[in-house]
Design a binder for this molecule. Structure first.
Ligand code: FMN
Length: 373
């Protein structure tokens, strides 16, 4: 059978066959391992690796692994927070800083460790999320001449000229019109507009109002829609709203190539849209995660989570201890409302085929269900 055709301007711009992009999902490298990134690129989309939370050496190693698995374009996404609380540069100094400045928060985390009977574990392997660390991560992407760089959360104006020198295209993640305009002024080539329904860090505006407003505000810069897209109907809706592509996260967390904990995949496959709520408990910025007892405990505590990246530094030992103990109901499981539509694990190339063929069927089918004239 001939391959389906689903083609937009972003396909020509990025050198890909289909306008479907694997969202760069950070953390510990489990959400977007090289096998998944390469599978999406090999299926005609653009695989994007989430690099945040990985050491610079690991980012470099994974970029090279992706290159060994595909000769197609791919991307790397890094968090570039616009406003970051100052953080010391070593783990020991960060711990002292937290104890000195936020003793009630530190005591609350200790009380949670006792409540859940968790072993004493230090998350020594996690990089400290300092401005210096982030600059080094970006340098790896530049050195490796990764075809596409996606900048999450912040201000990429310092990265754009450096990327351009290497022939790297830059995408900027936004959740509002204001941020979209700021990213375009910083010179990005593509805007990824992410609605409230999305998994992970998220803003307040849902995609139906967000996408058309961003498209109008940044024209002619191409806009890719992110959040709540898990089948061909979502892809077609994004295109109807004026986007030229779909950036898909949660649906690929359930791919066979995904390396998130099995317990977290089960929460996504078994959960409903109601189970994925917005919290600042794990990172300090609003993020959509599976609702769990730790988020409840933070709400009951009356304590306000600390700003990013302090909150992440505060909870990372707890998360490491929970994982060590196999208590996967305690760490965060970032995923979107679209989890309510997902029920089965599938290989990434099948997820891609269904998104593409589903969008083609919807777009062709509309002429039979909608009379226009
Ligand atoms: C587990 C997880 C981790 C994420 N990490 C990042 C990240 O590091 N950088 C980023 O730009 N977006 C991140 N996101 C957001 C995704 O890029 C994407 O916009 C979102 O998943 C789209 O919504 P969906 O989950 O409904 O498909 C993350 C999302 C999830 C679910």
């Amino acid at each position: 059978m001939a391959r389906p055709v689903l083609h937009t301007a972003i396909c020509d711009f990025l050198g890909i066959e289909y306008p479907i992009i694997l969202a760069g999902m950070g953390g510990k490298g489990r959400a977007t391992p090289p096998q998944l990134v390469a599978a999406v690129s090999n299926a005609g989309g653009l695989g994007v690796m989430g690099g945040s939370g990985l050491s610079t050496e690991e980012i470099r190693r994974r970029i090279r692994e992706i290159r060994s698995l595909t000769d197609k374009p791919f991307g790397v996404d890094l968090l570039l927070p616009a406003s970051m609380a100052d953080l010391e540069e070593t783990k020991a100094a960060v711990r002292q800083q937290l104890q000195r400045d936020h003793p009630r928060h530190v005591e609350f985390m200790r009380s949670l460790m006792r409540e859940f009977d968790l072993p004493d574990v230090s998350a020594e392997d996690n990089p400290v999320m300092s401005a210096k660390e982030i600059r080094e991560e970006v340098q790896v992407v530049l050195d490796e001449k990764v075809p596409v760089f996606a900048a999450a959360l912040g201000d990429p104006s310092w990265v754009v000229p450096l990327a351009r020198e290497q022939g790297i295209k830059v995408a900027g993640m936004v959740g509002s019109v204001r941020h979209a305009v700021r990213q375009v002024n910083a010179g990005v080539d593509i805007i990824v507009a992410q609605g409230h329904e999305a998994g992970g860090h998220t803003g307040r505006i849902a995609n139906f109002p967000l996408i058309p407003q961003v498209v109008d505000a940044v024209r002619p810069v191409p806009v890719v829609a992110a959040g709540g897209i898990a089948d061909g109907r979502g892809v077609a809706a994004a295109l109807a709203l004026g986007a030229v592509g779909a950036w898909v996260g949660t649906a690929f967390l359930t791919a066979e190539e995904s390396r998130i904990p099995e317990a977290h995949q089960e929460q996504i496959l078994g959960g409903s849209s109601h189970d994925f709520i917005v919290t600042r408990a794990y990172t300090g910025k609003t993020a959509r995660d599976y609702k769990n007892v730790v988020i409840d405990a933070w709400e009951r505590s009356g304590l306000s989570p600390l700003p990013m990246p302090l909150q992440g530094a505060l909870v990372e030992d707890f998360v490491a201890a929970a994982e060590r103990a196999g208590r996967y109901e305690l760490p965060n499981n970032p995923a979107g409302q679209v989890a309510g539509m997902l029920t089965e694990r599938k290989p990434a190339d099948l997820i891609m085929d269904e998104l593409i063929q589903g969008a083609v069927d919807v777009l062709q089918g509309l002429q039979h269900t909608v009379a226009v004239g």
